[in-house]
Design a protein around this ligand. Structure first.
Ligand SMILES: NC(=O)C1=CN([C@@H]2O[C@H](COP(=O)(O)OP(=O)(O)OC[C@H]3O[C@@H](n4cnc5c(N)ncnc54)[C@H](OP(=O)(O)O)[C@@H]3O)[C@@H](O)[C@H]2O)C=CC1
Ligand SMILES: O=C(O)C1=N[C@H](C(=O)O)C[C@H](O)C1
Length: 266
């Protein structure tokens, strides 16, 4: 049985991560952590979740009085950095799903992985991790006369854009093509006065309503077009993947892992 702590337990993903930890027969929710200032501290997690029969109460994010094996963080970059520091201090392995990290924040993650094992993935669904491999096959096979574009759609509350997953797909394609992603990523065409280059990965973004997460990679040639699409219809998909990653990372040597490692897809 793996003892799980969830940071940002009051968030959209935090709530579902608590549910997933309570539901998995190989996991138990041992700590539901929120910011020090949060009025939920001392209140029952079960009442917050609506129906769950658990004695657990919300505690603050210091991880200090927690008996846990792995901590999961799906928050925002500023929060993730604080949570990571607590986890390194307490020597607690982490599963991180927070997106929108800057290159400096990625470096902080890599440094922390020298002290604890960390799984970091911008998408914990099995389907997207498979898609990451499929787009590489497409990028290598459809090598000539091809335009590559990535479209993503998410709910109106999502802040970072393009999504972490869209970037993850783009980076996988760039790697398969032998391109530097930073050189070929195209986020804005509004000021262009020439035709697009074929050494380019274009991104487009939609935000609206309650869309959980949709991603399409387009490989468009003259005469044919391949579209590879993934649609997530429930946040529970990500949460189950993260709890699975938590069970996997327990006892692993220090280092930075991905969901591809957890799923043995490399
Ligand atoms: N990798 C994956 O598979 C997936 C990743 N995500 C990512 O998960 C993250 C969270 O998404 P979502 O649940 O929708 O977001 P929410 O806005 O619903 O929740 C954010 C949570 O982070 C906390 N938080 C924000 N800032 C800080 C801070 N500075 N210090 C401590 N805690 C903080 C919030 O606490 P408070 O309420 O106190 O502000 C809240 O608990 C996003 O980065 C999203 O992209 C989402 C789905 C899947
Ligand atoms: O914020 C979200 O909701 C999601 N974020 C992740 C991302 O940025 O790719 C994963 C998922 O698509 C949902």
């Amino acid at each position: 049985m793996i003892k799980v702590a969830v940071f940002g337990a009051n968030g959209r993903m935090g709530k579902v991560l608590c549910e997933a930890s309570l539901s998995a027969d190989y996991a138990q929710l041992s700590a539901a952590l929120v910011r020090k200032s949060n009025a939920l501290i001392g209140q029952q997690v079960g009442i917050f979740l609506g129906h769950r029969d658990t004695e657990l109460i919300f505690t603050d994010e210091s991880l200090l009085s927690c008996d846990v094996d792995v901590a999961i963080d799906f928050t925002l970059p500023e929060g993730m950095k604080v949570h990571l520091a607590h986890a390194v201090q307490q020597k607690v392995p982490m599963v991180i799903g927070t997106t929108g990290l800057s290159s400096d924040e990625m470096q902080i993650l890599e440094e922390a992985a020298q002290h604890i094992p960390i799984v970091f993935s911008r998408n914990y669904s099995v389907g997207i991790n498979l898609l990451e491999n499929l787009v590489q096959v497409a990028a290598k096979t459809l090598s000539d006369d091809i335009d590559i574009e990535i479209f993503e759609a998410h709910h109106r509350h999502k802040i970072d854009a393009p999504s972490g997953t869209a970037l993850m797909i783009g980076e996988a394609i760039a790697k398969a093509k032998g391109w530097e992603h930073a050189d070929v990523a195209k986020f804005d065409r509004s000021h262009d006065d020439i035709e697009k280059s074929q050494q380019e990965i274009g991104y487009s973004v939609m935000r609206g309503g309650d869309i959980v997460g949709e991603h399409t990679a387009y490989f468009a040639a003259e005469g044919e077009r391949l579209e590879l699409t993934h649609k997530a219809s429930s946040r529970m998909t990500f949460a189950k993947g993260a709890v699975r990653a938590a069970a996997w990372v327990k006892g692993k040597p220090n280092g930075l892992y991905t969901m591809q490692d957890v799923l043995d897809l490399r």
